[in-house]
Ligand binder design. Structure first.
Ligand code: BDP
Length: 683
């Protein structure tokens, strides 16, 4: 099925084009002999069979007949091809060169990796070029990932369910155990490595009862199998752990990180895991967060908490990925001073420098929780002496749950380009998370996956673009949204002009449209509690989770200013602090995230807040109707199954958007008593 193949379609190439590409696939020369290189060769074989109906011979490098040669720079005899031996000097361990050369009047394409991972990435790059119909006659490409860690987090549970999963059940767990069906896992590994991912955690960050056992002999033999599949694609495996494991699994009375028995217990546990998986990556930890145990129970801080694990992992080169999603989820809504947005910064900046050097702090992009729009986390940039990842959410928990189309690459791009001013002007998030600003040992990007066992992986087929875009952007944050989008469309749907134009239009506008019909001006939430789909303006307003909008008959918004509010704005570096703190300079789209204003407050756009709410909510639904029209125009031009899948989702999205529009507009009309100046129907 086309929808299953996602962006690895390898569609049949016809006519003249076929000739252009066929000549490269008579024989493949393989200079390096590793599992990862084998994966690369296999991928070429599949692709050649599928695109050209040709099975290339596989030979050693030197054969004259070969036209594609794969190997590391140590194995390929570069001089024989007129190339300098320091060709790969300036690329990192995962980098590569793709080069078309003339050898004894015969053309050849060299895929030269710095290591075998580079060979694999070069292979996917070459196949991408063919699928997008690029010429191979004169290639000279040098590329390497800009981020060291490019990670995906599965929030999958052993019972097969997926926390915040919107595409069926887990591909990793069936019948309350780790799956033996490694075919699908392998196809996932192919998808991930084709977009440059190199790390995966395979279980939910919320490690409850049964999940705690994942680091025991009950599951480790099967974790090992999964690790083997990923290893062949250059992807290292990680596990989420329960901080109370020493108590639950070890029958100790405490999980206090400073207790010697606890320290020893972790050391033994880690040694046991490495017996099964010698290149195990390490632990992902959600501690003292949303009712999960952690070091606070013992009066210890998070550095103590993480370091006990880091000590144990150190001898094996393992790392601890410690999440900063730490806040009080039992706060008193009547206390306007407690601001959830402040929490991560308040917890972690005082202990900057206390973490061992194999600990990485994983920081969500915003201080709240993956809203369609919120401020950028001020913790990103504030830690000078601690390794850090940014965490993004590919799964669309708050952005339509893969029923609604919401292409997030534009959002991530904005986040990565955000200037923190941490080291003066131009200290962008992308340069903090790639480790260059603070010269970190470890750095990178992690994100919550959006896949499940639905045949098309992501429920909504257009949501495949989010996973693709996440990978490409993480590989190289300097790629433009337009480049990534075009690439994905070409790979998934081909190059029919109308298809490209309409899908580009839908994707590039979808985030804005989703924002238009949901919670306004950065205030966030207003979703149904629990499952988080659909509108419920006051659903969380008087609850303990700390996610408020403070709407009354006079105005709306969260006052996070220094003078009259929670003081959150002061967590940013001065330039940003001033921009957000002042009503004059705060950008419209974040106004209600930072300020509480009357409904009649006039935005930079010239509209009042209330009129903006009405306008965007009416417009959001109209824009969606336009998407639907553009999609329907593609009937017959794209795969029928994909066409119907998206059509059906659009139907659900339209219902959802109307519900949002009507509830939001009605709510604010009743609260404010101010009517729409265009006299549209509000209930
Ligand atoms: C929130 C989700 C919750 C996760 C939590 C987390 O609603 O299911 O467990 O984040 O990141 O977005 O730990």
């Amino acid at each position: 099925l086309k929808s299953y193949r996602a962006w690895l379609q390898y569609d049949k190439i016809e006519d003249i084009d076929r000739k252009l590409y066929l000549k490269w696939f008579t024989a493949i020369g393989v200079a390096t002999d590793t599992k990862i290189t084998k994966s690369a060769v296999n991928e070429i074989i599949w692709a050649a069979e599928s695109m050209l109906e040709k099975t290339p011979d596989i030979n050693e490098e030197t054969l004259d007949r070969t036209s594609i040669i794969l190997g590391t720079y140590r194995h390929i005899h570069l001089e024989e091809y007129g190339l300098s031996s320091d060709l790969l000097e300036d690329v990192n361990e995962e980098g590569y060169v793709i080069k078309t050369v003339n050898n004894n009047e015969k053309q050849q394409i060299l895929l030269i990796g710095k290591t075998d991972k580079g060979i694999l990435y070069a292979t996917y790059h070459l196949l991408r070029l063919i699928q997008t119909k690029a010429s191979l006659e004169d290639l000279h490409i040098k590329d390497a990932p800009k981020n060291q860690f490019r990670m995906i987090n599965q929030w999958d549970n052993i019972d097969g369910s997926i926390e915040r999963g919107y595409a069926g059940n887990s591909i990793f767990y069936v019948n309350d155990n780790i799956t033996d069906n490694l075919e699908r896992v392998k196809d996932y590994a192919r998808l991930l490595s084709s977009i440059g991912m190199n790390a995966i955690s395979i279980n939910n960050v919320n490690v409850w009862d049964e999940e705690t056992n994942i680091i025991t002999e009950k599951y480790l033999p099967k974790v090992k199998n999964i690790a083997e599949v990923f290893r062949a694609y250059g992807i290292t495996i990680y596990l989420s752990i329960n901080y109370a494991s020493p108590i639950v699994l070890g029958s100790l009375e405490t999980a206090d990180p400073l207790d010697e028995n606890v320290q020893n217990w972790w050391k033994q546990k880690v040694a046991e895991i490495y017996k099964y998986i010698p290149d195990f990556g390490g632990f992902v930890v959600k501690a003292d967060s949303e009712n999960r145990p952690g070091p606070f129970s013992y009066g210890r801080n998070h550095a103590d908490g993480a370091n006990v694990l880091a000590e144990a992992l150190k001898p094996f080169n393992g790392i601890v990925i410690w999440r900063c999603f730490v806040y009080n989820n039992l706060q008193d809504w009547r206390d306007k001073e407690t601001d959830r947005a402040r929490a991560a910064y308040d917890h972690f900046t005082p202990i900057d420098g206390e973490f061992l050097d194999n600990v990485i702090l994983q920081i969500k992009n915003g201080p709240m929780d993956f809203q369609v729009r919120e401020g950028i986390s001020p913790l990103l940039g504030a830690l000078e002496k601690t390794n850090q990842f940014i965490e993004l959410q590919v799964t669309q928990e708050y952005t339509g749950q893969q029923k609604d189309v919401c292409y997030l690459v534009p959002q991530w791009k904005e986040i990565l380009e955000f200037d923190t001013y941490a080291k003066g002007q131009g200290t962008k998030i992308k340069d903090i998370v790639n480790g260059s600003v603070f010269k970190n040992n470890y750095s990178g990007i992690a994100a919550v996956s959006n896949i499940g066992n639905d045949i098309n992986w992501t429920g909504h087929t257009l949501a495949q673009a989010n996973l693709y875009g996440y990978g490409r952007l993480t590989w190289n944050p300097d790629l433009t949204t337009e480049e990534i989008t075009k690439e994905w469309i070409y790979l998934t749907f081909g190059q029919n002009d109308q298809v490209v134009e309409n899908i580009t239009y839908i994707l590039l506008n979808s985030w804005k449209t989703y924002e238009n019909y949901t919670a306004p001006l950065g205030v966030g939430w207003m979703v149904n509690p629990g499952h988080h789909y659909g509108p419920n303006v006051d659903g969380y307003e008087y609850s303990k989770w700390g996610t408020y909008h403070f709407a009354d008959c006079h105005g709306i918004g969260v006052d996070r200013t220094v003078e009259t509010g929670t003081g959150y704005t002061s967590q940013y570096f001065p330039q940003n602090a001033e921009t957000f703190n002042s009503l004059e300079t705060c950008p419209d789209e974040l106004l209600l995230f930072f300020h509480h204003v009357p409904y009649t407050y006039v935005l930079h756009s010239g509209e009042t807040v209330i009129q903006h709410i009405y306008n965007t909510h009416f417009e959001g639904v109209e824009e969606l109707k336009e998407f639907i029209q553009k999609w329907n125009d593609l009937d017959g031009l794209i795969d029928k199954v994909i066409f119907e899948n998206v059509k059906e989702r659009f139907h659900m999205q339209l219902e959802n958007a109307k519900e949002w529009r009507d509830q939001i507009n009605t709510y604010f009309y009743r609260k404010s008593g101010i009517s729409d100046d265009k006299n549209r129907k509000i209930y």
